[in-house]
Design a protein around this ligand. Sequence first.
Ligand code: FAQ
Length: 305
Amino acid sequence: MSDFEDTIARDQRIEPGDAMPDGYRSTMIRQIAQHAHSEIIGMQPEGEWITRAPSLRRKAILLAKVQDEAGHGLYLYSAAETLGADRGDLTRRLIEGRQKYSSIFNYPTLTFADVGVIGWLVDGAAICNQVPLCRSSYGPYGRAMIRICKEESFHQRQGYELLMTMMGGTPGQRAMVQDAVNRWWWPSLMMFGPPDDRSPNSARSMAWKIKRHSNDELRQRYVDMSVPQAEALGVTLPDDELRWNADRGHYDFGTPDWAELTRVISGDGPCNAARIERRRRADEDGAWVREAAAAHARKREKVVV
Ligand code: FAQ
């Protein structure tokens, strides 16, 4: 048994300097980069509401949340760098469509209720998926997840609190919340990835203890968690097949539209082109800052020498 296999078998952490199979390294870079890209692209749907938030308090909350997402992205790019990846190269791959980001961020935010629903459902799904990743076998990734999950939990609570406030408002506000739930529920189920029998990476990632649960297990956990929250909020989840199954001890639920997930992942969702275009522009607009920072670092190095 190699040192790597032994470390995995003993449930201990693989660290940056450790020997690891090429496949493990490339899988970790793929997952961490996709995760980082999701956080950075994920700033856009909610970010569009910063200038249109209905009060100073809501604006301050939203600014802080979107800033947290930027922080998560940068944190994750640093984790990818410990594996030898180059941050600029990862960004280029994203912009050129050679690396993915979560499907969920390709849907539009039509009303301010969407901001609340992203907090409740999207951060809720992210937490459900990411809490087990705190025990992921790659040290820098697992440790990054601990802080990220704490912040996502706070994000989820703010979304739920926003929705509770709106549900206590006018009939128009309540209808806005229900409409947002109708649009985001199914895409949030798709965040967990394709069903297990169509998830090519799962078996190996689970053997390497990168993933601790399958996509379907986590999706079920998320449904079970969300139903009572929807009831407390007073909204209906848009699924006729959703009902408690006493034999299984879980909620039964309908089948997401997997063809839609495939379409969105392959670049053909409602906002894919706009999201990437915005990211490309931000990268170009920021080029002079990166160049100036690099020049400054070189100058300081010379001074020290
Ligand atoms: N969207 O074989 P599997 C957030 C791809 S962060 C796009 O099952 P795997 C915070 C998958 O990459 C949200 N692509 O793959 C926030 C693979 O493609 P590849 C991001 C998807 O890796 C909140 C192919 O399909 N979270 O929300 C999706 O074993 C609010 C086959 O799939 C993470 O990234 C999808 N939904 O499992 C920010 C968590 N599903 O690379 C702002 C970490 C699958 O072979 C506002 N990642 N694909 O070409 C994971 O846990 C896993 O990577 C999964 C996919 C579960 C996403």
